[in-house]
Ligand binder design. Structure first.
Ligand SMILES: *Cc1c(COP(=O)(O)O)cnc(C)c1O
Length: 403
C-alpha cells in the first residue's frame, strides 16, 4: 500500500497522551526550555496578535511592524486583528534567512516602527543582532517569531529570549501540537504581565470552536501516520497540484481575514503537556538524522542546505534546500511532489505576492531575495518514517536534475 509521509517531522501522539489528569503545559515548557512561564494561546498568530495589541497600548502612535518578506502569510494577516497596524516587508540578506541589515536600518529611518519581527524559519536560528541594534536606536520592540523553532537554542538559551517577546506555534506539523495553539513569553516581567492581561481580554473560552479543535486533535492522534496521511494530506495535495494551485498545495492559501481568537482548552493543553515529555529525545534524534542527511546533500553540486552556525543548535522539522535556479527546482518538484516521500515547498511566494496579504502591507519594494527563496527552495521532511532508501532516492533525483 502506498505511503504518504508528512512534510514536517511533527511529534506523533500516543494513546496515553489523550487520557489522564490535567497537565500543565506552560510549566512543562518553561522547565524544558528555561523560559519564563509562558501564556498559552489558541495559535501562533493569536500570540502575535496579543503581542502587537500590548505593544500598541504602550506606543499608540506607532503603527509599522517590520517583518521578513519571506514568511508565513498569517503573520501580516495578524494586522487584521490589530487595528492601526500595518506590515512593512524587509528583504532577506543574500544567501541567508536573516533580515538584510542595511534594508532594516533604512526601514527604521522613516516613521519609527512599533516592532521588528525576527523569524526563526525552518528550525534555523536567525540573527537577532541587527534587529536589536536598530530597535535600540528607534525605540521599537523586537518580537521573535519562533513558530517553527520550538526547542532551538543559541549559545545554550532558547530562541525568543533575546528579543522583548517570543512565541512558538503548536499547530499541526510544527513539532509539538495541541491541535492549534501558541506559546507567548517575555523575559521582561512587566511586559509579561501586560501580555497576560491582553491575552485574558482577547482570548475568551469559546465552546464551539474548542469542541472542533478537540476533534481535530483526536484526528491527528489517529491519522498522523503514513497510512492515515494519504487521505488527510496526500489527497488534497494532489487535487491542488492538478489545479496548478501551488499555494493550496502547501496550505498557505489563506483568504480568511478573520483570525480565530479564543482560549486554549484544558484537555488539549494536557495532551500537549504529556507529549512534551518526549521532546528532548525527539529533538536529539531529529538532530542526528538531519546531520547525517545534510552530509549526503552537501556532496551534490550547487545546492545550499540551510543549517546551523557556530553556537546555534536548531531543530529540524524538515531540511530546507536552495537549488541553483527555479527551473531546476521545478523539475525536481515535478518528479517528487506527489511521490509521497515528504518533499514539498515552504512559502510559495514572497509575502507581497499573496493577494490576501496585500491589503495589510505598507509600501514594499526590493524583495529580490525573498522571491528567490520562494522560487528556488524546496523542503525534505525530517520524519523518521523517511527511510534511508527513500532519502537516497530523493538524493538521486536531485543529482540527475542538477547534472
Ligand atoms: C505557522 C507560522 C505562524 C503562525 O502560527 P499558527 O500557530 O499557525 O497561527 C507564524 N509564523 C511562522 C513563521 C509560521 O510558520
Amino acid at each position: 500500500m502506498k505511503r504518504e509521509l508528512p512534510p514536517t517531522d511533527g511529534l506523533p501522539l500516543r494513546a496515553a497522551d489523550l487520557f489522564g489528569r490535567r497537565a500543565d503545559l506552560g510549566l512543562t515548557l518553561s522547565r524544558q526550555l528555561n523560559i519564563p512561564t509562558p501564556i498559552l494561546t489558541c495559535s501562533g498568530t493569536a500570540a502575535l496578535v496579543v503581542a502587537l495589541r500590548a505593544l500598541r497600548r504602550r506606543m499608540p502612535q506607532r503603527s509599522r511592524v517590520i517583518v521578513a518578506a519571506w514568511s508565513c502569510p498569517l503573520v501580516p494577516l495578524a494586522a487584521s486583528a490589530c487595528p492601526g497596524t500595518e506590515f512593512v516587508l524587509c528583504d532577506l540578506a543574500p544567501d541567508s534567512l536573516d533580515l538584510d541589515p542595511d534594508r532594516l536600518a533604512a526601514l527604521c529611518e522613516g516613521p519609527p516602527p512599533l516592532a521588528i519581527i525576527v523569524t526563526h524559519l525552518a528550525g534555523r536560528i536567525s540573527d537577532t543582532g541587527p534587529a536589536l541594534a536598530a530597535a535600540r536606536r528607534c525605540g521599537a520592540a523586537v518580537i521573535e517569531d519562533a513558530a517553527q523553532a520550538l526547542g532551538a537554542r543559541v549559545d545554550g538559551d532558547s530562541v525568543g529570549l533575546r528579543g522583548d517577546i517570543g512565541f512558538f506555534s503548536l499547530a499541526f506539523g510544527k513539532g509539538l501540537t495541541s491541535g492549534e495553539g501558541g506559546v507567548l513569553f517575555s523575559r521582561d516581567p512587566i511586559l509579561a504581565t501586560e501580555l497576560a492581561q491582553e491575552a485574558r481580554a482577547a482570548l475568551p473560552f469559546r465552546p464551539g470552536i474548542e469542541l472542533r479543535r478537540c476533534a481535530e486533535l483526536f484526528g491527528y492522534a489517529a491519522l498522523y501516520n503514513p497510512v492515515g496521511l494519504r487521505g488527510v494530506y496526500g489527497l488534497p495535495l494532489r487535487r491542488a497540484l492538478r489545479k496548478g494551485d501551488d499555494a493550496a498545495a502547501v496550505g498557505d492559501d489563506f483568504t480568511e481575514h478573520d483570525i480565530p481568537l479564543h482560549a486554549l482548552g484544558r484537555w488539549r493543553e494536557s495532551v500537549a503537556a504529556r507529549a512534551a515529555a518526549r521532546l528532548p529525545a525527539y529533538w536529539a534524534s531529529g538532530r542526528e538524522r538531519a546531520a547525517r542527511r545534510i552530509a549526503l546533500l552537501r556532496a551534490l553540486p550547487g545546492i545550499r542546505v540551510f543549517s546551523d552556525r557556530p553556537g546555534e543548535q536548531g531543530v529540524w522539522p524538515f531540511l530546507l534546500l536552495r537549488l541553483p535556479d527555479r527551473a531546476t527546482r521545478d523539475a525536481v518538484m515535478a518528479e517528487l511532489w506527489t511521490r509521497g516521500t515528504g518533499v514539498t515547498r515552504l512559502f510559495v511566494r514572497a509575502l507581497a505576492d499573496y493577494p490576501a496579504v496585500a491589503p495589510w502591507l505598507g509600501d514594499n519594494k526590493a524583495l529580490a531575495q525573498a522571491r528567490r527563496l520562494a522560487d528556488c527552495t524546496l523542503t525534505i521532511t525530517n520524519s523518521p518514517w523517511l527511510s534511508d532508501a527513500d532519502f537516497a532516492a530523493i538524493v538521486e533525483c536531485l543529482r540527475r536534475k542538477l547534472a
